[in-house]
Design a protein around this ligand. Structure first.
Ligand code: NCD
Length: 306
């Protein structure tokens, strides 16, 4: 069976537990020259293809680095929207159909249209990894987010998680909500302007899985009992944000209301929704979170390629 990675709800708790144990092991091995050399033997002679139709720094570079640290080679087109045959009108189905002929061991795709990874998986004879599709999902981001919570807090259940920002257009929060629902006694507070609330499909999923959640429209009073605050930017490229009147910014003043043990996460890029003077607060976990991305993707590639 071809191992596609398309949406975060495809993973179960057993899979996540194994993946995170492997991630921890990889992170440890990567700290020594011997460990790195050993890992670089694990996927030798494998080939990863990367098609990114949307801007990316972390996801693209960390997948590229992850593949190379495992000894695999990478073929990629930078800015596939402009430089691939998509610019001439080729469909994603035709593109992956042809790419499959070159025998890559996985094809990693980021696209501006929701559902593209799913569509590609139907046409592809090789594993497709969704690296973010429009307003849909970003499953590998959710994996690294969850790994970070486990790494920083030591558990994935009994968590009060506050998720804020542009919840309507942000795909990372959607993928994360699905994963949080897999563990016991988690509850979620969604904070957003009224125009940018989380979509109904996520709320229905949370209801079905008996995950308590509430929706609020101001920061005041929401951080005090949080174990995790997960903040996101306004996705200006996906809608006309010029009429937006509210914006939620975390400054050192908001940090005062958080518990000492709470962590502040963000998938990055951060624009102005967390001020830079928050960075030195030890609870600001977003750069550590981004660092975990490469290790989680190494573990995930290991699973896909083996
Ligand atoms: C996110 C994305 O692409 O959805 N970035 C990332 O991969 N870390 C978040 C964002 O762009 O706001």
């Amino acid at each position: 069976m071809v191992k596609h990675v398309l949406e975060s709800q495809q993973f179960d708790v057993d899979f996540l537990t194994t993946l995170f144990a492997r991630t921890k092991e990889i992170k440890r091995l990567m700290q020594s020259p011997e460990g790195r050399a050993g890992l670089a033997q694990t996927q030798r002679n494998k080939l990863i293809a990367m098609l990114f139709y949307e801007p990316s720094t972390r996801t693209r570079m960390s997948f590229d680095a992850a593949a190379k640290h495992l000894g695999a080679s990478v073929v990629a087109t930078e800015n596939a929207k402009e430089f691939s045959s998509a610019a001439k009108g080729e469909t994603i189905e035709d593109t992956v159909n042809v790419l499959s002929e070159y025998l890559p061991d996985a094809i990693i795709i980021r696209h501006y249209e929701t559902g593209t990874a799913q569509a590609a998986s139907i046409a592809s004879r090789r594993p497709i990894i969704n690296a973010g599709d429009g307003k849909g999902q970003h499953p590998t981001q959710a994996l690294l987010d969850l790994y970070t919570i486990q790494d920083e807090i030591g558990r994935l259940d009994n968590l009060n998680v506050v998720i804020g920002g542009d919840l309507k257009h942000g795909r990372t929060v959607r993928s994360l909500a699905y994963l949080l629902a897999k563990f016991k006694n988690n509850s979620i507070t969604f904070i957003s302007p009224k125009e940018l609330m989380i979509e109904d499909d996520i709320k229905e999923y949370l209801n079905r899985h008996k995950v308590p959640f509430k929706e609020v429209h101001e920061i005041n009073g929401s951080f005090e009992s949080a174990d995790v605050v997960y903040w996101t930017r306004i996705q200006k490229e996906r809608f006309d944000a010029s009429k937006l009147t509210t914006s939620f910014v975390i400054t050192p003043k908001e940090m005062v209301t958080m518990k000492k043990s709470c962590i502040l996460m963000h998938p990055l890029p951060r624009v102005d929704e967390i001020t830079t003077d928050v960075d030195k607060d030890p609870r600001a976990a977003y750069f550590r979170q981004a660092g975990n991305g490469m290790y989680v993707r190494m573990a995930l590639l290991g699973w896909v390629l083996d």
